[in-house]
Every structure is written in C-alpha cells, then in structure tokens.
Design a protein around this ligand. Structure first.
Ligand code: SIN
Length: 187
C-alpha cells in the first residue's frame, strides 16, 4: 500500500486543457495529443474578472457543463513527475478566478475504451465568478465589451475557435459565439 502511494506521488501526470490551455499551456510537458472527455460540454459560462475582463465588466471564458452524451475535445499534456508540483502551483495561480481541479478520463477518440486520468480546471456553478447560461447574442455582446490583463475577450474567443479547428474539433457553441462576435465587430 505504502509503495503504491509512493509510486502515485512520483508518477508523470496528465493535464487536460479545453480553453486557453489548448493554445497557451505555458508549462513544460513531455508530449501532447488532442483528447476528448465524455459527458461534458464546453460553455462560455464562466466570468473572468482577471484575464479577460475586470470586476466591473467581467468577460466570458469557458467552463465545462455536465451533459449526457456530451463530448468536449481539448489537449492532453503529459507532465514529467519532476515538474508536476511546479506546474500545478503555477496553474493554480493562473486559474484562480474560480476554477478548481477535477480528475476525468481522457480518451484519444470517442470510440476508445481506455484512456488516462487527467487533471482539469473546471469553473463549477458554486464559484463566485460563475455566470451561467445566457442567450448567445448576449454572450457575444458581453465578450465584445470586455478586456482584461491577458487582452480582449474577443481574442480569447478567436484563439479558442482557431485552436479547435487546428485539432479538427467540432464545437457548435464556440463557433456560434465566434461568428456573432465577428458580426458585431464588423457592424
Ligand atoms: C482550460 O483551458 O482548460 C481552462 C480554462 C481556461 O483557462 O481558458
């Protein structure tokens, strides 16, 4: 038992990114590949009062919502055991605006039976920055008007949509918000 615990403590770990962590992990990893989690969908339901907004005008960033048969594609990163503590400490600071860590199974495809367990940052409905569901038009308007320490909220939407296209992932919610934000910008 004791040996098992020691092994777990000193093992490489997987981290799954489904938002900014797809295009900007900002940490060392051994390898990465596109991965999918099942039973969850990505939604612009998390408020951002630091990276992509301010407390007076929060931006909208993504979190995960439970949904039967839902799928969410993102990026799985393998982090060397020696780096795990530093990586988690720095991500805990970066994701401190309401995200907490959860463990979920990461699959290479929706048909895979076996996967690896990965750590994921989720903005749960009980966190203080959670905004919840809203009409897509309203989300797009909020995005256009928000900007934070990491830049404009619209840039987050565009980078996320591009990152998903780069891995061949479908996400109607993200692509709809991207289209609406672009339409408002053009108008
Ligand atoms: C993630 O990327 O996995 C978490 C949400 C974000 O930082 O955009």
């Amino acid at each position: 038992m004791y040996e098992c615990d020691l092994k777990a403590m000193h093992a490489d770990k997987w981290i799954f990114g489904y938002g900014s962590l797809i295009w900007n992990p900002g940490f060392n990893y051994i390898k990465k590949y596109p991965a999918v989690i099942q039973g969850w969908v990505r939604r612009f339901w998390q408020g951002s009062t630091d990276h992509r907004g301010v407390p007076e005008a929060p931006g909208r960033v993504v979190t995960l919502e439970l949904q039967e048969h839902g799928v969410c594609w993102g990026m799985a990163y393998k982090v060397a055991s020696a780096d795990v503590e530093n990586v988690i400490n720095s991500l805990n600071i970066r994701e401190q605006g309401g995200y907490s860590l959860k463990k979920l199974k990461l699959l290479k495809s929706v048909k895979s039976k076996n996967g690896v367990i990965g750590m994921i940052y989720i903005g749960k409905p009980d966190n203080p920055n959670y905004l919840g569901p809203e009409k897509s038009e309203k989300i797009a308007e909020q995005v256009i008007n928000a900007r934070g320490a990491s830049g404009p909220n619209a840039q987050y939407v565009y980078r996320l949509a591009d990152a998903l296209r780069n891995i061949g992932a479908e996400d109607p919610h993200v692509f709809e918000i991207e289209r609406m934000v672009k339409d408002i910008e053009k108008a």
